[in-house]
Design a protein around this ligand. Structure first.
Ligand SMILES: Nc1nc2c(c(=O)[nH]1)N[C@H]1C(S)=C(S)[C@@H](COP(=O)(O)OP(=O)(O)OC[C@H]3O[C@@H](n4cnc5c(=O)[nH]c(N)nc54)[C@H](O)[C@@H]3O)O[C@H]1N2
Ligand SMILES: Nc1nc2c(c(=O)[nH]1)N[C@H]1C(S)=C(S)[C@@H](COP(=O)(O)OP(=O)(O)OC[C@H]3O[C@@H](n4cnc5c(=O)[nH]c(N)nc54)[C@H](O)[C@@H]3O)O[C@H]1N2
Ligand code: SF4
Ligand SMILES: [Mo]
Length: 703
């Protein structure tokens, strides 16, 4: 039996792995071997990757459709015909009564390019609804909006990941890659071994920050002031690249005026970062020609996230980094297909190829590929949180079809989202496990996963990769593409609805041709032969574009654009009632809403339950002991978790990972204040109060 080369099912690093074992049999044990030939991981995997095959055979894997007779009845097994009949009749009934927008679609950044494309097309021409968005809105949307504004295009990293190891310095704002993408650390270790410097910006001294040459530890929500302060110092110390500013950028003068007011002492007061640390950071970043400014969720998941990222991009531009080989600004995408998932049309305002749905030329092109009249395509719909909050309201959708997300755990202010889901007339969820959201559905459609299917994924470098099938799906399970094909057929949708990923990819190539994310020159054969192809790739004889901005940026005049931005602070600041900042994020052994990883035994052993990380001095003031139950309350709700004391966190801030359901859910607390441009919720800062839970046996911690 030869092993099947493919990639990990989880994060955007898309580590290469080979799957071996009894590949012909569903449920047969699969052996995971890391691949040396994939530059992103070069033979490394994290614990989630090593144990990924266990996901295929978890005990409560869904292998039959489920349906409930009425909203109060239990979910019970049914046939595929019954499930499909029900979905189709509910769609027809509700659209008949309320119009096409009565049915919403919610997608995910873990879906392959083929599925994301087909889901967007299904919404627009099978359902004719404008109401589609996806969980990527909660992920890198602020970085995408800021990159679009500055560079005219948004593509994760500005070049191959191996460029990082040859840089002079990397500033990483709000990313804990040692836990969220462990093999990524190899590239940062390469950098340091070659004499380069790693600067980490994080309110916590994370595993990543510990490896850094310099750690800046700001109050959550103050990165914009910090970045403006760093730029102020770059100006005053004469570190700007004036030739580059003149030749390759526009709009710097307005930014110079704004950052003038961010003098070091003032920025230290706002952020808590000592002035000498800021000076050192700027000097390290400016000392060579090849440096990176990278952002991840810590600097992006804010109600002013787009401006926050813009402040970091302004800094990178002022130092002349973007558009130079081996340097630039980059965002670390998060989900397996976080990059491709945002390019092919599951976003409310988008058509395939990263086209805008309100652009007449884009509509004409895509409508021609789909065989419909451009006038029949709906316009832009609501963003993810706005869509979830509209469900079951008088003007909102009455039904939703959900593929690839678990918002009951992962959406901000989750209890309000649960209420909206329950207010729907009809909810259908496609998943391979009974996630917390699937359990609230009227129909659950069991789907194939990762090693049981093929397709393409676009990793954080912008490199399009092949996901290859290694095993047959269990009996009773269908692929997402099969589900969409049968529904489209039953709804008498125009266009063709292949179940074959390779055929869907051919159509995606055509639909993306000429768009910003042009995949038209990419073929499965090329990906195989070349170990992946970087988009844009407009022709089969085009080499792909590993480093997009070397000659010009993707703006109309080819120059990068500065935008002046001002610090405004968090949407919800601390006060006497809620005196502590809460920030949220991840731990190594759990993934996202935990729907997958909470079912894998070694991962549960490694990270069994939610906790709150707090400084020992704060704990002492509040009478909270290590391991004790703590009730954490915000204006939106309360969560009960176990205390974990550490001096690695600021005294004014606590941290809760968001991977668990039930009473330890971080998102019972979070603030859904949205960024005006990206519509990103403020996951990374809100105000809370903590109190010890005094139970007889002190068994306070969450599920
Ligand atoms: N183990 C694991 N790995 C994952 C995932 C997972 O769920 N689990 N998810 C994947 C996905 S979808 C994503 S998006 C990525 C996310 O990857 P990361 O962005 O690395 O993950 P987070 O833990 O959300 O946030 C990173 C850091 O931001 C810090 N932070 C909080 N508030 C602020 C702030 O105001 N400013 C700054 N500068 N930092 C702040 C937190 O302390 C945290 O250490 O990870 C991917 N990889
Ligand atoms: N408080 C707080 N909340 C956050 C964040 C944070 O930092 N703090 N981060 C946010 C971020 S960055 C993200 S990306 C979101 C992620 O949050 P979610 O969108 O909830 O992500 P997952 O847990 O990956 O959910 C994916 C679901 O789809 C299923 N699934 C996976 N692949 C497929 C597939 O191919 N087809 C189908 N049909 N189903 C599939 C999985 O089993 C799982 O149930 O959470 C956001 N929520
Ligand atoms: S770092 Fe990401 S892609 Fe690599 S093994 Fe871990 S979860 Fe999988
Ligand atoms: Mo994400």
């Amino acid at each position: 039996m030869t092993d099947t080369p493919t990639h990990c099912p989880y994060c955007a690093l898309q580590c290469g792995m080979s799957l071996g074992g009894d590949a012909a049999e569903p449920g047969g044990p699969l052996r995971v071997t890391p691949r040396e030939d994939v530059p992103a991981n070069r033979g490394g995997l994290c614990q989630k990757g090593w144990t990924a095959a266990e996901m295929l055979t978890v005990p409560d894997r869904l292998t039959s459709p489920l349906m409930r007779a009425s909203r109060d009845a239990p979910l019970e097994p049914c046939t595929w015909d019954q499930a499909v009949d029900r979905v189709v009749s509910e769609i027809t009934r509700l659209q008949g009564a309320y119009g096409p927008d009565a049915v919403a679609v919610f997608g995910g950044g873990g879906l392959t390019n083929e599925k994301a494309y087909q889901l967007g097309k299904f919404a627009r021409i099978a359902l004719r609804t404008s109401q589609i968005d996806y969980n990527g809105r909660f992920c890198m949307s602020s970085a995408a909006a800021a990159s679009g504004r500055a560079f005219g295009m948004d593509r994760g990293l500005p070049g191959p990941i191996t460029d990082l190891g040859r840089a002079d310095a990397v500033l990483l704002a709000g990313g804990n890659v040692a836990e969220t993408m462990p093999p990524f650390m190899r590239h940062l270790t390469d950098l340091q071994r070659a004499g380069g410097a790693l600067i980490v910006v994080d309110p916590r001294r994370t595993t990543t920050a510990r490896q850094a040459d310099l750690h800046l530890q700001p109050t959550p929500g103050t990165d914009l002031a910090l970045a403006n302060g760093l730029l102020h110092l770059a100006v005053s110390e004469g570190l700007l690249d004036e030739d580059y500013l003149a030749e390759r950028t526009g709009g710097f003068e307005a930014v110079r005026t704004v950052v003038n007011a961010y003098w070091p002492d003032r920025v230290e007061r706002i952020t808590g970062v000592p002035v000498p640390h800021m000076r050192e950071a700027v000097r390290l970043l400016a000392r060579g020609e090849r440096s990176y400014v990278l952002t991840a969720r810590g600097a992006e998941q804010h109600a002013r996230g787009t401006d926050m990222v813009t402040a970091f991009i302004n800094l990178a531009l002022a130092l002349g980094l973007p558009g130079r080989p081996g340097s630039g600004y980059g965002c670390l995408t998060g989900q397996g297909n976080g990059q491709g998932g945002r390019e092919h049309g599951q976003k409310a305002d988008q058509l395939p190829g990263y086209r805008r749905i309100d652009d007449p030329a884009a509509r004409a092109h895509v409508a021609a590929v789909w065989g419909v009249d451009p006038a029949d395509l709906p316009g832009p719909g609501r963003s993810a949180y706005e869509l979830l909050s509209a469900l079951g309201t008088p003007d909102g959708p009455k039904a939703m079809l959900l593929f690839g997300s678990n918002p009951v755990v992962s959406a901000p202010r989750a209890s309000a989202v649960e209420e909206r889901l329950d207010a729907l007339d009809f909810l259908a969820v496609a998943d391979f496990v009974p996630s917390e959201t699937a359990r609230r559905a009227d129909v659950v459609l069991p789907t194939a996963q990762w090693a049981e299917e093929s397709g393409t994924m676009t990793n954080l470098e912008g490199r399009v990769l092949r996901r290859r099938q290694a095993v047959r799906p269990p009996a009773g399970v269908r692929t997402d593409l099969q589900i969409l094909a049968v529904l489209a057929d039953r709804l008498q949708a125009p266009g063709t609805w292949s179940e074959e990923p390779a055929e869907v990819f051919e159509e995606l190539r055509e639909a993306s041709a000429g768009g910003p994310a042009d995949y038209s020159g990419i073929t499965y054969e090329r990906i195989e032969k070349e170990g992946g192809v970087f988009w844009p790739c407009p022709a089969e004889d085009h080499p792909g574009t590993p480093r997009p901005f070397l000659d010009r940026f993707a703006t109309p005049d080819g120059r990068a654009r500065f935008t002046p931005v001002e610090h405004r602070g968090a949407a919800e600041d601390v006060d006497p009632d809620y005196p502590v900042y809460l920030t949220t994020g991840r731990v190594l052994a759990q993934y996202q809403s935990g729907a997958q990883t909470r079912r894998v035994r070694p991962l549960v052993d490694a990270a069994p339950e939610p906790f709150v990380e707090l400084h020992p001095d704060l704990a002492e003031r509040l009478g909270i002991a290590e391991g004790a139950g703590v009730r954490v309350a915000s204006r939106r709700g309360a969560a009960t978790v176990r205390a974990r004391l550490t001096d690695a966190i600021r005294q004014d801030t606590v941290f809760i990972p968001f991977h668990w359901a039930g009473e330890g859910r971080a998102n019972l607390l979070t603030n859904p204040a949205l960024d005006p441009m990206s519509r990103m919720p403020e996951f990374k800062v809100c105000a809370v109060r903590l109190e010890p839970v005094l139970t007889p046996d002190d068994e306070g911690a969450g599920s």
